[in-house]
Design a protein around this ligand. Structure first.
Ligand SMILES: CC(C)(COP(=O)(O)OP(=O)(O)OC[C@H]1O[C@@H](n2cnc3c(N)ncnc32)[C@H](O)[C@@H]1OP(=O)(O)O)[C@@H](O)C(=O)NCCC(=O)NCCS
Length: 472
């Protein structure tokens, strides 16, 4: 029977199959999914044994729509209010007052660094930017038209092969989880290396595609200044990236540094939960980010704007969106139900960049699209507003980056967020638990092997391998 006066901070659940009642503690507005395992029931008449009913109730959550997988102190998002905070600091304050590397320290270690702490941090990160010269061969081994994300993803895994001292498979599985000074030192060194070399690897992926020789990371430039130098330096004396573009890229990096448990951060944690080395975990995150539902939207915005062509075509395009024939890329978000707070900052950066580069010819179309969509009932009713990708692609294009390099410009700064989440998990109270979700098995029940000449062919779409036409 359900208690007459249910205890506060408890969820009381009654299993109507058995009448069993359990009180489940609510902590931080969440309940442990394992609490439901005690709700066991005899298998109902005709029920499949694979349901494992007598072993306890499972929680189904396809796509992690309402499952919290970790306690985190890093990033907070209120999607209804359009709020994004890193370690408690509003993104707007960080974007105007901080830098990407300072914010990286904040995200990973939890506080804003003092001047001397920052100096050590910046020196270490930039010092670790140099790659072994063998890496040139690695990048040159890709096909001439290899996608830069294929190169970057592989490069992170490749990078790990240089550091056997950072590999728990070789050094012992507690390498990163002990939390003592020695273990923290090994962990932090990999953090310097991964953030320091992310720009170098990305720049190498860029240069190999352009047919340019590689350059050594320069000294005396900022993190993003060094990145721009490594991509664009063509032998000029005293070459320095344009300060407005360097600053713009730095703010864009800061805005992209973390966004709590998105698909790629979750992938890094899932992969890291097996205690694999951080290079493999970051490579996995990079692969996840590459997908068009995640890191590819800024590129999709540009392709969409090119297809619209000019402002006069906007109404026709919006009609097609409303008929569900098209999607308005750069609008809508799983979490934000109002404008993405980063989109306002990116819009301002766009103006600063265009003053240097000249206006992108697609800007007028983008502005008309934004204006029309924001007052259209279809978008208002569904709470669809611009996300960070709506304007960022225009900036990258104006700065001269090729379209397929856009996801790289997202992945490089996101290495910071991935590492912040990875480090937090390695050091979390109670140690690391391998992430092993459950499934609901709906396949065949137990059946016996059938000899080949007694089999009846099962045929139909998806049931047999697809035929391949060979060209000879
Ligand atoms: C981001 C995104 C995947 C979120 O999806 P989601 O949270 O699952 O939202 P839903 O797909 O449930 O959308 C709710 C409604 O809005 C519509 N909608 C959502 N985003 C839309 C968009 N960009 N253009 C047109 N319609 C959109 C859906 O068709 C749906 O309409 P319905 O209620 O008539 O079926 C989605 O908004 C999207 O595809 N946006 C464009 C891609 C993009 O910019 N991604 C970058 C995100 S940072």
């Amino acid at each position: 029977m359900v208690n007459a006066q249910p205890p506060k901070n408890m969820l009381t659940v009654r299993d109507n199959r058995t009448g069993k009642v359990v009180d489940i503690p609510i902590q931080d507005n969440s309940i442990p999914a394992t609490a439901f395992k005690v709700l066991k029931a005899p298998r109902a008449e005709g029920e499949r044994e694979e349901n494992e009913t007598e072993k306890g109730l499972r929680i189904a959550d396809k796509g992690f729509l309402n499952t919290a997988v970790i306690r985190s102190e890093i990033t907070f998002i209120d999607g209804d209010a359009g709020v994004l905070r890193y370690r408690g600091f509003p993104i707007e304050q960080l974007a105007t007052k901080s830098s990407h590397l300072e914010t990286a320290y904040l995200l990973i270690y939890g506080s804003l660094p003092t001047a001397s702490q920052y100096k050590v941090w910046q020196d270490e990160v930039l010092h670790h930017g140099v790659m072994h010269s063998d890496a040139e061969q690695f990048f040159k081994s890709f096909r001439y038209d290899a996608h830069p994300m294929a190169m970057l993803t592989s490069a992170f895994a490749y990078l790990g092969s240089y550091y056997s001292e950072a590999n728990p498979s070789l050094q012992g599985q507690k390498l990163f989880t002990k939390g003592d000074p020695e273990s923290l030192a090994v962990m932090d060194k990999q953090i310097y290396r991964l953030i320091g070399k992310a720009t170098t690897l990305a720049a190498m992926a860029y240069r190999v595609r352009q047919g340019r020789n590689f350059v050594t990371p320069p000294t005396g430039l900022s993190y993003t200044g060094s990145f721009l130098y490594q991509m664009d330096h063509l032998g000029e004396e005293n070459y320095k990236p344009h300060p407005v573009l360097e600053k713009a890229l730095d703010v864009l990096f800061l805005l992209h540094a973390d966004h709590e448990l998105n698909a790629s951060a979750t992938t890094v944690l899932q992969t890291g939960s097996s205690l694999v080395d951080p290079y493999s975990a970051i490579a996995a995150g990079c692969a996840s980010l590459y997908g068009p539902l995640h890191g590819g939207a800024n590129e999709a915005v540009i392709r969409m704007l090119i297809s619209i062509g000019k402002p006069e075509n906007v109404p026709g395009f919006l009609e097609a969106v409303k008929r569900k024939d098209k999607v308005l890329s750069g609008f809508g978000h799983r979490v934000y139900k109002t404008s993405d707070p980063r989109s306002f900052i990116v819009r301002q950066i766009a103006d600063e960049v265009f003053r240097v580069t000249g206006k992108d010819e697609l800007l007028e179309t983008a502005m008309a699209l934004h204006h029309e969509a924001m007052k259209d009932d279809y978008f208002v009713k569904r709470k669809l507003a611009p996300n960070v990708d709506f304007w960022s692609g225009l900036i990258y294009r104006a700065m001269g980056f090729p379209l397929d390099f856009f996801p790289v410009l997202f992945a490089v700064p996101r290495v910071v967020g991935w590492l912040a989440h990875w480090r937090q998990m390695m050091l979390q109270e109670g140690g690391v638990k391998i992430w092993r979700p459950r499934q609901i098995y709906v396949g065949p029940g137990k059946r016996d092997y059938v000899a080949v000449d007694e089999r009846v062919a099962e045929e139909g779409p998806r049931l047999t391998p697809s035929p391949v036409v060979h060209s000879g």
